[in-house]
Design a protein around this ligand. Sequence first.
Ligand SMILES: [Zn+2]
Length: 338
Amino acid sequence: MLELEARVASLPKVELHQHVDGSIPTEVTWELMRHYGLNPVPSLEEMRRLLEIQDDEEGSLLAYLDKMHYPLWVTQFYENITRVTEAIVDAAAAAGVATLELRYSPIIHTYAGLTPRQSIRAVLSGMNHARKRHDMKLGLIVIAMRQHGPHIAKILARQAIAEAQHLHSRTGVVGFDIAGPEHGNPPRLFRSAYEIAGLGHLGLTAHAGEDAPADYVWQAVDELGAQRIGHGCAAVQDGELMRRLAKDRIVVECCLSSNYNTGAVGRGAPHPIAAFLEAGVPVAICCDNSTVSRTDQTRETLRAAEQIGLDAVETIHRESAAYTFIRPERALQDADAD
Ligand SMILES: [Zn+2]
């Protein structure tokens, strides 16, 4: 077992689906709260219980999402957003991540007056600081929350393009995504936002089929032009959809711990990653929210290896490098600040 862990730890890993808000190391949130005198509980250990899923909370999407609220008290300010992002990149580097796409909803960090553009810049600034310490490929995916509606999504798509990687000589926005409650917010409503993001040469992914049926995955593929799908668990119930994902090389970003935590996959049931592989659907192994799910890329990869074997996870990480939205660096002449 130790040999297995060592092999996975040293494997250069690809992380394509990780949220900033659910991945801030608890110690960092605790320190920032202490700075402002905001701690809701007296000790770091109790803070951990508020920010990280507990065994008796597993299986509930609501309990899982509840874990994201406290960090938002402090991640409304530019320098705090920069600091937490640096800490997330540092932790990913320590887990052997070589390619890291973080994702982030700019709007929920504007409550204290940041503009959406500043909110995006704050994360990019943290990534730029961190990349000086680590030899990693880095990129940001901008998320539009479904519950904020299609108009806000269009505005965000335009803001995301302004910070696109191919227009700057530093870390930039590489993709566009929708997340948040699926039911009542079908993907087809966000078609215009995806059209804009596509025209701006951003990669397109969408959370779909985590908590909603396969029809939402169809919509993400057919109507939004998604090249990757976040979770996509429901797709395994639809053979035609599985053949479509395989034929068009649409990648499913699999988040094992998260899916068991939220109940998207039942306790003890096999994760659909095996069915995706069997059907020839490309997959990636992803953390989703490393703090909430008490995981990191090494642990996620080991968890996947338990179900599909070590050779398969090594192949997945090798092949996932081709599915990143991050482009090769280009030497632009502009001299952007940090
Ligand atoms: Zn996610």
